[in-house]
Structure formats: structure tokens, C-alpha cells
Design a binder for this molecule. Sequence first.
Ligand SMILES: CC(C)(COP(=O)(O)OP(=O)(O)OC[C@H]1O[C@@H](n2cnc3c(N)ncnc32)[C@H](O)[C@@H]1OP(=O)(O)O)[C@@H](O)C(=O)NCCC(=O)NCCS
Length: 211
Amino acid sequence: MPDIHYVIRPMKYEDIPQVVQIDREAFPGEWVFRSQSAYKQDLDNPSVRYIVAYKRRGVPESGEEATWKLPWFKRLFSGERRLNVLENIVGFSGFWMMLQEAHIIAIGVRNSYRQLGIGEGLLIATIELAQILNANVVTLEVRASNRIAQELYKKYGFQVMGRRLRYYSSDGEDAIIMSTDNIISLPFQASFQQLKKAHAQGHPEILYQVC
Ligand SMILES: CC(C)(COP(=O)(O)OP(=O)(O)OC[C@H]1O[C@@H](n2cnc3c(N)ncnc32)[C@H](O)[C@@H]1OP(=O)(O)O)[C@@H](O)C(=O)NCCC(=O)NCCS
């Protein structure tokens, strides 16, 4: 197990301040629409699911224990607060369910943690969670200029279904609508399981505790 690893798990109330920070960083100009209170409301809404990826140091469990076994004054002067040592949130993803459709609200990763496989890990966990909640389609809107995110979604079989003109009120940019085929269909599952396996082999440092 690598010394530093990332865990993907459901979001908790105490994650909100860090998630809002990442939201501001990943979606500059749009963050005003997802304030701390908006996140709190979403966590209370059974149709909405958020997950986060956090960074941990040390072997799972024993690393955590080691920190907490230190006397309080050593923890104080160790220069590391619990948050930084154990649960430094590096990315998040959220979606809402409507009937059998999971609609991705956002996936965002801190700038300094990009291209490490975390965004893909969050998308994998999102699709799996949507499946557990009986979704048969995953859909989203993405900025027309956001090629990086579109590459990620295309990799997971999302196809362009249309365009919403001037969708983003902050600057009037168009949104591209992207959706999967039926996520419980055999062809989708075959490709998804293959991508998931390849991602797990390439990123053994990313762990899932979503369910
Ligand atoms: C989109 C985003 C979530 C990707 O996260 P990430 O952790 O950097 O992505 P990963 O390292 O997991 O990369 C997964 C895939 O994304 C695509 N991708 C990631 N970075 C890319 C880049 N710089 N150029 C092209 N494609 C890229 C690739 O398809 C990549 O797969 P590959 O490694 O096989 O090429 C991240 O860039 C981000 O937070 N962007 C700002 C917020 C945003 O645009 N969110 C999406 C709209 S909701």
C-alpha cells in the first residue's frame, strides 16, 4: 500500500467547507450558486448524493490510530492538524436522481491533485452509486469549451446528445449535454468493468468506501 492514498466515500457535513473551496477553484465564477448552505440542503435531500476523495497518509487504520495515540501536546506541536493528516479533501462529485436518471451536478478536483486519476475515480464511484440507486442513464451538462472534462466523460461512454444555448448565465457559454447508454446493459457494463479494472491497476492508491 502506498504511503499516500486517496479514499472515495460519501460526503459528510464537516466536509462542506473544503468542498466549497474546491468548488470555487474548479468552477471559478460559478461558486456563488453552491454556497455552504446549498450543500447542506443537498446533503439533507435524499435525491441528491455527494461523494468526496480525501488524502490519507500511512497505512489505513494504523495511520489513524498512530495520530490519535499521540498525547494532545505532541499533536499540537507536531505541526499537523487532524484534518490535514487524515482527511484533506482533494475532490468531490455530486448527482441528483430523477426517476431512473442520474444527473451529474459537478465533479471537481483540486488543481494540484489533477491528472492523478482522482477525477476518474470519482466518476467510477458516481456511476456505481447511480447503478445502486436504480439509475439506468447518467447525464450531465458541460461547458462547450471544457475539453478536459469532455474527454473524461467520452472515455466512459458518454455521448453528445445536444447543446443548451447560453446555458451558463455567468458568461453566456453554451452547454453540451452528454449521456451514457443504459448503464445496466451488457455492452456498457463490459466496457465499464474493463475501464474500472485498468484504473484500479494504474491507481492502487485510490480506495473506495462508497457503499
Ligand atoms: C475534469 C476533472 C474533474 C478531471 O480530473 P482529474 O483528476 O484531473 O482527471 P484524471 O487524472 O482522473 O483523468 C481521467 C481522464 O480525464 C481526461 N483528462 C484529464 N486531464 C486531461 C488533460 N489535461 N487533457 C486531456 N484529457 C484529460 C482523460 O480522458 C483522462 O484519462 P487518461 O488518463 O486515460 O487520459 C478536473 O480537470 C477538474 O476538476 N476540472 C475542473 C472542474 C470541471 O471541469 N469539472 C467537470 C465538469 S462537471
